[in-house]
Design a protein around this ligand. Sequence first.
Ligand SMILES: C[S@@+](CC[C@H](N)C(=O)[O-])C[C@H]1O[C@@H](n2cnc3c(N)ncnc32)[C@H](O)[C@@H]1O
Length: 218
Amino acid sequence: MVSPIAYILGKKGFHNIELQVGPGVLIPRPETELLVEIALAEIAKFNKPTTVLDLGTGSGAIALSIASASPLALFIATDQSSEALVIAKQNAELLNLTKQVQFLQGSWYEALDQSFQFDVIVSNPPYIANQDPHLSQGDLRFEPKSALTDYASGLSCLEIIIAGADQHLKAGGLIAVEHGFDQSEAVMELMKGVGLIDVQAHLDLAGLYRAVSGRKKL
Ligand SMILES: C[S@@+](CC[C@H](N)C(=O)[O-])C[C@H]1O[C@@H](n2cnc3c(N)ncnc32)[C@H](O)[C@@H]1O
């Protein structure tokens, strides 16, 4: 078995930045740039400092690429994994983004001050089902299992993140999540089920629905 090239090189390009990566974090994927574009389009509407939450930040890919492209974006980025947070913090320092991105450790919203509400929430959580054969193929064999699978149906982390959106978004705020290629309808239903409005599925560059966004009512 040959280690992924990104782990051998210790770095990976993502959106407009280069990230240090190692076996403690997921190697950022090109399809995740879709979430970055959705968030940047939302932040551009504000034209003033915008608070953004990145749940499950890994290497910091989503938070740091958005912060790098938009000086108005102020992030809290969380992860349960201390190994991931060490790498994410290193990346923030290398990219000179420590003033824009603060890192917290904990499980999803538990890492946060519960009274704080954000303009935007983004997340690329583990969404591969426990029994999915892809987990034992290719680069996935080398990546942290806790970054890939929810050890259940694939939807359990997305359920928690979407269920907490109402409490943690400002009125009119946007949540956007990445999901598996066959989970778009289920994720849209989860968002509608918790009362989010303007629920939309988003296509990636390969023509696959890989992200869903929804908005808290005004
Ligand atoms: C699919 S990876 C995404 C990493 C990064 N955001 C990216 O897009 O490259 C999922 C991330 O969620 C984190 N994670 C898993 N379970 C978590 C939990 N209960 N609370 C917070 N983060 C969690 C993993 O450690 C991992 O960094």
